[in-house]
Design a protein around this ligand. Structure first.
Ligand SMILES: CSCCC(=O)C(=O)COP(=O)(O)O
Ligand SMILES: [Zn+2]
Length: 222
């Protein structure tokens, strides 16, 4: 039986709520907000929030991410076998949390602009954003004149292999660009992350909007 959120025996954090309860609530809120934007059609998307250095709360596979219950959230130890019922893409979360201890939340959606633009940008292997004021919503970006690098990967049903490619690419410096807090999977969607749930949510909203801007802009430029 998979360990789902019990919301009982965790130590309390400031405010009287357990770290597990707070993470589970954060996952549920992220799913609901994304569904309201029509970014997670037909059970697509997956969401996770870090509980502590060794454990995350993450959506189970195949459920409506806009109507999550606490029992739809798995409490997954990092570096251990995936729990029964895990998201098909759970390893894209666990591997990144293990590699980057500063990450507090990872959100994945099948939003329209990300899903379409990722196919147009796949041949280049990355999408470069520049000239948009909104890019300052991304961590580390101070000016519209900066160039933000968003890696683009071919979609793959072999999630372990894909995860290996993602980690290898993210370990490489972005050169004269600033690495985006996220990446695109061609024809699939976007992964975005942050140090906190609100950072991840802001990054996701900014990236999807920037992708929509870019799609419109490309229609008018050769
Ligand atoms: C119905 S969408 C196909 C799977 C997917 O890409 C996704 O984001 C949802 O997978 P999960 O196993 O996390 O429900
Ligand atoms: Zn997906």
């Amino acid at each position: 039986m998979a360990q789902t959120s019990s919301l009982k025996s965790e130590p309390l954090v400031a405010g009287g709520e357990s770290a597990e309860a707070k993470a589970v609530a954060g996952v549920i809120a992220a799913g609901r907000a994304s569904a309201a934007r029509h970014w997670v059609p037909a059970t697509s998307g997956n969401f996770s929030v870090r509980i502590n250095a060794r454990t995350i709360a993450i959506t189970r596979s195949g459920v409506d991410k806009g109507n999550l219950l606490a029992s739809d959230i798995l409490i997954q130890p990092l570096g251990e076998k995936l729990l029964p019922g895990s998201s098909a893409e759970a390893e894209l979360h666990t591997a990144l949390y293990s590699e980057r201890p500063e990450l507090g939340a990872i959100f994945h959606v099948h939003s329209p602009a990300a899903t379409v633009l990722s196919r147009l940008a796949l041949a280049e292997g990355s999408l470069r954003l520049t000239g948009w004021e909104l890019q300052k919503a991304l961590v580390g970006v101070r000016t519209h004149e900066a160039t933000v690098d968003v890696p683009v990967f071919a979609n793959d049903q072999d999630i372990s292999a894909l995860s290996g490619r993602v980690l290898a690419r993210l370990a490489q410096p972005a050169g004269d660009a600033i690495a985006a807090p996220g990446y695109l999977l061609a024809g699939h969607g976007v992964y975005a992350w942050g140090a906190t749930e609100s950072d991840a949510a802001r990054h996701l909203e900014a990236l999807e909007t920037l992708f929509a801007f870019e799609l419109s802009y490309r229609r008018f430029t050769p």
